[in-house]
Design a protein around this ligand. Structure first.
Ligand code: THU
Length: 122
């Protein structure tokens, strides 16, 4: 699948974000080995630290639905911010070294990998 198509899907996931406190919606589209797409978005709680990031929502949700092999992940934010440390750990552990398309639109994104973002993983 073309990165642009996966990013388009991540933009749809971003619309589902519940982020009234940070006003920083994040959307993720995770492409599974068989071509399905699992969405993730950040979900903020009024008990702030219990908030969950979009990347972990996507990966945990996919695993809960029986997927464990992935081909690519698109991550969209308003400024193209890279995944946080906790999400890097989970991507490394559960998604492996797949291409990560990180940006804010179908025309403005970087392609990277978790090996680049998290060298020497736990
Ligand atoms: N957030 C993510 O969803 N993914 C990240 O990798 C970094 C941060 C969310 C958490 C919070 O809802 C908002 O972005 C601001 O930190």
């Amino acid at each position: 699948m073309k990165p642009e198509k996966l990013i388009q899907s991540a933009l749809k996931a971003q619309n589902k974000s519940v982020s009234p406190f940070s006003k920083y919606p994040v959307g993720v589209a995770l492409l599974t080995e068989n071509g399905d797409i699992i969405h993730g978005c950040n979900i903020e709680s009024k008990a702030y630290p219990t908030t969950l990031c979009a990347e972990r929502v996507a990966i945990f949700s996919a695993i809960a639905q029986g997927y464990n092999k992935f081909k690519a992940m698109a991550i969209v934010t308003k400024d193209g911010g890279m995944p946080c440390g906790a999400c890097r750990q989970i991507i490394s552990e559960f998604a492996g070294n797949i291409p990560l398309y990180v940006g804010n639109s179908q025309t403005n994104y970087k392609t990277t990998t978790i090996d680049e973002l998290l060298p020497y993983p736990f």
